[in-house]
Design a binder for this molecule. Structure first.
Ligand SMILES: [Fe+2]
Length: 313
């Protein structure tokens, strides 16, 4: 990699030139709709060069792709093989993951004591995954595969964190400075049945990865059990983000996954609508979700620097 490539740092606030170049490339033909992001696959475990390049192109530009594996039988080992082709290797362990660390997301009866919203049919507000994880266990990549869609509802809304960054930085670079503070967002400790199962987590919303210069985002739109830093720019930035996510922004992708389809992404912002299962007809929603500490390989700014240069002339 030549020095100019590794020095390309569009997400550092002090670097106005790289940001301007990157911004022009980012907004040129941005794929902000599900059809533009969808790649049909013949065998998810052994992608063709064309399929793999199509997914990578979407993930470089928009940090996400939707794949469609049709009727191909799809189990957790195949999900694992699919992810590995994009450098997604290190799975995140979480409290509710099955033994193999790939979570089966389905409605779990309330009587089991689980009251986490992902395991209900209720709507899920905007967030990135693992925002409560420790700094060295951040979730950078996700594969979410739909085994069975619900009888109705369950649409996802998705927003590329780099677009959120761009809109915030254009509105006021001070918003980015505020959201990069190491104590911008604090999640109180997780206490269940009187015992603490996770300590409080304090951290920035936006981080620039030391290796590769990629942008990473931690965020939740929840308003309870979260403490935002009490300064003017943080308040304004958080308000700006909340308004953006609540709006009908043209940058937001809305999509309802069907059986055999899935999303591969660099932990983009997402929400989920409420849904209804119908056991009688077998329409009981089931998703497999794998969270990784890795980003999708080949999506760091240095990897597409040539494209940026070509775009800005
Ligand atoms: Fe999530």
């Amino acid at each position: 990699m030549n020095p100019s490539t590794t020095d390309f740092q569009p997400f550092e606030l002090r670097n106005a030139r790289d940001y301007a170049r990157w911004r022009e490339w980012k907004l040129a033909d941005y794929p902000a709709s599900a059809p533009e992001l969808t790649v049909p696959l013949s065998d998810p475990g052994a992608l063709t060069a064309t399929e793999s390049a199509a997914i990578l192109a979407c993930c470089r530009k928009a940090n996400m792709a939707i794949y469609d594996s049709g009727e191909h039988p799809f189990g957790k080992p195949l999900l694992r093989r699919f992810g590995r082709q994009f450098g997604l290797e290190r799975l995140d362990m979480n409290l509710r993951a099955d033994e193999d660390s790939i979570t089966s997301l389905r409605v779990v009866p309330e009587s089991t004591g689980t009251h986490y919203i992902p395991y209900t049919s209720r709507s899920l507000n905007w967030h990135t995954d693992g925002y409560y994880n420790s700094p060295d266990e951040q979730v950078r990549g996700i594969v979410m595969h739909c085994v069975q869609d619900a009888a109705s509802g369950g649409e996802n809304r998705l927003l590329d964190p780099e677009i959120a960054y761009l809109l915030l930085r254009d509105a006021n670079p001070g918003y980015i400075r505020a959201l990069m503070q190491p104590d911008a967002m604090t999640i109180p400790p997780n206490i269940e049945a009187g015992s603490q199962i996770r300590e409080a987590r304090s951290g920035p919303v936006f981080t620039v990865e030391k290796h590769g210069g990629s942008l990473h985002m931690r965020y939740t739109a929840r308003t309870r059990s979260i403490i935002w830093k009490d300064d003017r720019d943080t308040r304004m930035a958080v308000g700006f983000l909340a308004d953006l996510l609540a709006s009908d922004s043209p940058w937001t992708v809305s999509y309802r996954l069907h059986a055999g389809q899935g999303i591969i992404c660099n932990n983009v912002l997402h929400s989920r609508a409420a849904f209804s299962d119908d056991a009688a007809s077998g329409r009981v929603r089931l998703l497999y979700r794998a969270r990784y500490h890795d980003r999708i390989r080949g999506t760091a700014p240095g990897n597409y620097f040539e494209e940026v240069l070509a775009c800005s002339g």
